[in-house]
Ligand binder design. Structure first.
Ligand code: ATP
Length: 318
């Protein structure tokens, strides 16, 4: 195959995957509309996660039907599911190997129950869980438009991006508010990254997969609020540059971007798929917040309260 043919094949495959995902979401949304509906993306009243029987999850996912898979992450496979109430949900089935190796079983229900008390417009609510020998499942509210990672890195082509600057700033500010709230509830995220920022039908950012770092063999340091701030800074760099951060925390992206920000080389830093606005003051401020977040000295990094306040201010100007 020539490189041109490979490129065409790539775009066809990407477009088909995106179309499949979107049509699956639309079909499920229609299906839910026909059932006694409990709202999909509105805020429920405060409650703790429900314990589901494995057979209920099996029913909700059509027997873990591969056609319902909407994503695969480091911990498990995510299925679009319709609960008995008609509510659309994202069912994350933890890989069996991980359940056994990491001793995930221990305290699983207690951890999920404790994080499920968190409710905020910028986080994805945890609805429930299920456990059986070798099985650990988390049930989250379904968020309709997929992840920020998809919009930054898979959607469109090399020269186009659906996310213009004002959408990016709104998403950054929303994600900051979500993290600020989680920290106020004493929940460290532990895995802040673009694939864990989901986009709802109003194009609002919703932070997901918080408090689940007990599933991953991380260093104790990685579970601090300062580590969340660092990773949020890397996320901001990803939003500004359109470049991927490397898998674990993004030091390579920070190493590349920090001198550009310090040297005010914004033309180099900013995502080339978008035209640079005449007035770059807001983007420069965003870049300086990112710079403070990825600072080497943990103590000097801002808190998420400070970051959310600055980003909220920038958001009000776009
Ligand atoms: N609540 C949800 N609603 C809708 N889609 C979701 C939901 N949670 C996850 N997904 C989809 O599933 C994909 C995989 O999610 P998952 O959280 O398992 O993986 P990840 O974020 O890539 O990796 P990690 O497991 O390390 O967090 C996401 O990119 C998203 O498209």
């Amino acid at each position: 195959m020539t490189s041109d043919e490979e490129e065409v094949t790539y775009y066809v495959v990407m477009s088909l995957s995106a179309l499949t995902l979107i049509s699956l979401c639309v079909s499920l949304a229609i299906l839910c509309k026909k059932m006694p509906v409990e709202s999909g993306e509105s805020l429920p009243t405060k409650r703790l996660a429900r314990s589901y029987g494995l057979s209920e999850i099996d029913d909700a996912t059509d027997g873990f039907n591969p056609a319902r898979v909407v994503g695969r992450g480091g911990f498990g496979i995510v299925y679009a599911a319709v609960l008995e109430t008609g509510q659309l949900a994202a069912v994350k089935r933890i890989y069996p190997g991980l359940v056994l190796i990491n001793d995930v079983g221990f305290g699983f229900a207690a951890v999920i129950r404790s994080i499920s008390s968190a409710l905020h417009p910028n986080i994805v609510p945890v609805i429930g869980f299920s456990q059986a020998p070798g099985e650990r499942i988390i049930v989250n509210e379904f968020v309709g438009l997929g992840s920020l990672e998809f919009y930054l890195h898979h959607e469109g082509d090399e020269n186009v991006s659906l996310l213009d600057w004002s959408r990016r700033i709104r998403i950054a500010a929303g994600a900051a508010r979500g993290l600020e709230y989680l920290h106020s509830q004493n929940i460290r995220h532990g895995l802040v990254k673009a694939s864990n920022v989901l986009i709802d039908i109003n194009f609002t950012a919703r932070v997901s997969d918080y408090g689940l770092s007990f599933l991953a063999p991380l260093k104790e340091d990685d579970r601090s609020t300062e580590a969340d701030v660092y990773r949020f800074g890397v996320l901001l760099l990803e939003i500004l540059s359109g470049r991927r951060s490397e898998e674990c925390g993004g030091p390579a992206l920070a190493k590349w971007a920090v001198p550009l920000i310090k040297g005010s080389e914004f033309g180099e830093l900013l995502d080339r798929r978008l035209s640079i606005p005449k007035d770059t003051v807001i983007l420069q401020r965003l870049a300086r917040v990112a710079l403070a977040c990825v600072g080497n000295s943990r103590r000097n990094r801002p808190s998420m309260v400070e970051v959310a306040a600055i980003l909220g201010n920038l958001e009000s100007q776009v």
